[in-house]
Design a protein. Sequence first.
Length: 70
Amino acid sequence: MFFVKEYAVINRLVHDSVARFGGSISAEHGLGQLKREEIRRYKSSLELELMRKIKRTLDPHGIMNPGKVL
């Protein structure tokens, strides 16, 4: 139960470590709703806008993975 209780703290530690080594908190399937706010800590507003534009270009009707960032 400790891990569930400390989910946010553990995620921050892991995500900070990943970023420090030049990695990304997204995966090959993209970036979902759970990391929607967290990604703002690690990506610039330009990078986030580019992700949104790529998604809109590939999925102009928003039918693939609706509600996901990318």
